[in-house]
Design a protein around this ligand. Structure first.
Ligand code: BO1
Ligand code: ZN
Length: 281
């Protein structure tokens, strides 16, 4: 069931029936219909000033994901929330090098950003997605848009992530983050956000996610987008000139050009009457 592909999003429901349900993610956010909600307030991001050092990046063939260190607890709560959540991982969705005007999963008034970061949290005290999959708000995912500005300098905080993420070129490769930025440094300065109930954007598409999408993007450089696009979605074909018995953590061998990891976003899904609310800073 982990054999799904971004080129076949319309087939996902066959192995993962929930992908065909009616409260799916991502969505287009229509800012004219998003309803300011007085119950919402600035997100409470607890321990987010700690660094991510000690986490581990993995290229899972669908994205590059940073699993958070087990000995730190980055936690999320909100004004209106009775529950708290603990962060498990962050990962990215981004535009492929041959594509234009796409890349993010969510869109705003039909506009897509170059990339989107997801910080995935699980409701306390649970630790497994299976335990919360029947709750509408078992997970809380924060979405942050990334925007390439021509001639922008490297974003120093994202660069600290990319220096390690870049080492996981092939599917299955991992690398430990030794010098990580604080989690708060990856979040936009403005606290404004959109909020709705939806799903995981990949199989198994469980409708268990309380989504928070920050309104403002974070700026990255063109070279930083290039670093994401240098990753591959497969393991390399063994290089016949190399000793086939020699093990290598960072796999050697040959990648096909169309093995580039990118365009790893699901198309926007129908709202089916769901309401998007908003908090404006
Ligand atoms: S996303 O943020 O909606 N793109 C998203 C999509 C899939 C997952 C998480 C977030 N998958 C789940 C896996 C679990 C895993 C959990 C946390 O992520 O189904 O097995 O424990 O890493
Ligand atoms: Zn995601």
């Amino acid at each position: 069931s982990s054999e799904w592909k971004y080129s076949e999003t319309q087939q996902w429901y066959k192995d993962a029936p929930q992908c065909g349900n009616s409260a799916q993610s991502p969505i287009n956010i229509d800012t004219m219909t998003a309803l300011p909600d007085a119950r919402l307030g600035v997100l409470k991001l607890m321990n987010y000033s700690q660094t991510l050092s000690g986490g581990q990046f993995i290229n899972n063939g669908h994205s590059v994901q940073l699993n958070f260190p087990k000995d730190k607890s980055f936690r999320l709560a909100g004004n209106e929330m009775t529950e708290t959540y603990t962060a498990l991982q962050l990962h990215f969705h981004w535009v492929g090098s041959g594509s234009d005007d796409v890349g993010s999963e969510h869109s705003v008034n039909g506009h897509y950003y170059d990339a989107e970061m997801h910080i995935v949290h699980i409701k306390d005290p649970y630790t497994s997605v299976d335990d919360v999959k029947s709750m509408q708000d078992g997970l809380a995912v924060i979405g942050v848009f990334l925007k390439v500005k021509p001639n922008a300098a490297d974003n120093p905080y994202f660069q600290m992530l990319l220096d390690t993420a870049k080492m996981c070129v092939s599917k299955g490769e991992t690398a430990n983050l030794e010098n990580g930025p604080s989690l708060i440094s990856l979040i936009p300065e403005s606290a404004s956000y959109y909020r709705y109930n939806g799903s995981l954007t990949t199989p198994p598409c469980y409708e268990t996610v309380l989504w928070t999408i920050y309104q403002n993007p974070v700026i990255i450089s063109k070279q930083q987008l290039d670093s994401f696009q240098s990753l591959k979605k497969t393991k390399p074909e063994p290089d016949e000139n190399k000793d086939p018995n020699g093990y290598d953590d960072h796999a050697s061998g040959v990648h096909d050009k169309n093995d580039e990891l990118g365009d790893n976003y699901r198309p926007v899904q129908p709202l089916n009457g769901r309401i998007v609310t908003a908090f404006f800073d």
